[in-house]
Write a protein of this length. Sequence first.
Length: 214
Amino acid sequence: MSKSGDAWMEASDVIPMFPTLVWKIQIKPELRDSIETACIAALGAMRREAQRLEPGCGWQSAQTLHQRADFAQLVTCIQGAARSVLRFLRIGHESFEITACWATILGTGAEHRVHSHPNNYLSGVYYVRTHHGADTINFHDPRPQAAVIRPPVVELTRENTDQVVIRVANGTLLLFPSYLEHSVDPTASGEERISVSFNIMFSSFTEELSKPLW
């Protein structure tokens, strides 16, 4: 807080509360390249009969890529990242599973509207191929009433913004709470943007975690 004109203060502090976190990991180059080679080959086989994407159009695979051998390296990275997140959050239940994993390819002008991933604890996305003009993701303020009053600001900061834009690159892995709404702006690149998204949920949730807390 500014102390200008606040001589009446003995002390002051700003206390951040209830943060919404996004974890950003960059995969090592040699592993990134190996994952890209395997993903591009697998997706090429899946799309063999598909025509090149028209402007404004996208393509999504089935949601079972985590069960395929050609995505095993990526799955290992996702699982390792998820374990790190659960340790960071001091979660006492270590058993989890990938509930869905799918690829998204966006052509020029294609976008992904605001959405979240219900019925999961963590979600994430791995970037196989990005390009200038197709290398960001938007995260939106999860507080439903925050936009009721929106006075003008003289400078956007992380304390007053309702959207955070994160820049990504080939080999970037993001994890975030599944409730966190996100979107992708229209692709401004002439090249296809290729990413692999996934959801993670606790194993045996109904048996072990859904009981009342009293």
